[in-house]
Design a protein around this ligand. Structure first.
Ligand SMILES: [Zn+2]
Length: 306
């Protein structure tokens, strides 16, 4: 069973019949959560983590849990911590939006040329130095994960680093079968994000559109669009939400994130000093909070909307 599959990368959690959340372990190179869905006739993987090595554990867990080699992969968005494991599923049919395909090709081609080059190695050493001086476990955790990922990525042949999805969809794609599995395009975290909903089990795999007890990342996103997408996700009526980062959550995770964004926007609209509100003090990836505020304040100053 996938639930008992031992992995240093993921904690495999069966969230419903035929549905598993692969929740990344603290400091592991996987760096983000993935999903495994038994379509009844094929095995689907939702997102592939940060390295092919981590994704190999996902492949094995999917094989053990469903009795089949995974043959369908969905990339929720282009960010590397969700797509660089793609090559471990070579031969599968890959789905993503046309925008996600284009962005992964564009950013990935550039990144593949950088890995292992002097500047990239210097960046790795700078993170190492920062880790040596950092004592806050919440700040150390993503540094450890990034360093673990870089160590593995350096071993991957450059030509195999990026695997761009071969199939694209716009708006929505429904997979064949009786389980009602569909991937739906949203947006807001990145230029294009998708979620996967399983009607039969009412489980939603959210990618980075939902984070649980984890600060969200706004760098490539649009706050207005993200909030609208969260409202759409809430209307889907999922019972279980598998987020891109953090533990598996209840449907209320979407509302909690909207409330977080409202506080973030209020702080950005004020001139108050940036400090993380008490209710979010224990959330993972705290470095993102001041970056998010700075992005919103810069947008306010320049008159653009985020
Ligand atoms: Zn992301």
């Amino acid at each position: 069973m996938a639930t008992s599959f031992p992995s240093d990368q993921f904690r495999m959690e069966q969230v419903a019949d035929g549905n598993w959340a692969a929740v990344t372990r603290s400091g592991a190179s996987a760096s983000s959560n993935c999903g495994i869905v038994d379509l009844g006739y094929a095995t689907l993987i939702f997102d592939t983590a940060h390295t092919p090595q981590a994704a190999h554990d996902l492949w094995t867990a999917a094989r053990l849990g469903t009795g089949r080699d995974p043959s369908v992969v969905v990339n929720s968005h282009w960010h590397f911590d969700h797509t660089l494991g793609n090559s471990s599923f070579r031969g599968a049919k890959f789905f993503a939006t046309a925008t996600t395909r284009t962005l992964l090709l564009e950013h990935g081609s550039r990144y593949a040329m950088e890995v292992g080059e002097p500047e990239w190695v210097q960046g790795t050493m700078a993170r190492n130095d920062r880790l040596a001086q950092e004592t806050d476990p919440l700040v150390r955790e993503p540094l450890l994960a990034e360093l673990a990922a870089r160590k593995e990525l350096a071993l991957v042949p450059r030509s195999e680093l990026i695997l761009v999805p071969d199939a694209s969809f716009e708006g929505r794609h429904r997979f064949p079968g009786t389980k009602g599995v569909q991937v739906v395009e949203g947006g807001g975290h990145s230029e294009s994000d998708s979620v996967l909903f399983v009607e039969e089990t009412e489980v939603l795999f959210a990618g980075d559109l939902v984070t649980v007890q984890t600060h969200p990342e706004l760098a490539d996103g649009s706050l207005d669009r993200w909030v609208t997408t969260l409202e759409r996700i809430e209307r889907i009526g999922a019972k279980v939400i598998v987020p891109g980062h953090g533990p598996v959550g209840p449907p209320e995770a979407c509302r909690e994130l909207r409330e977080y964004f409202a506080e973030l926007q209020a702080l950005a609209d004020s001139d108050a000093p940036v400090s993380i509100p008490a209710e979010y003090a224990a959330w993972a990836l705290p470095d993102r909070f001041p970056v998010n505020v700075a992005r919103l304040r810069a947008a306010r100053r320049s008159g653009e909307s985020v």
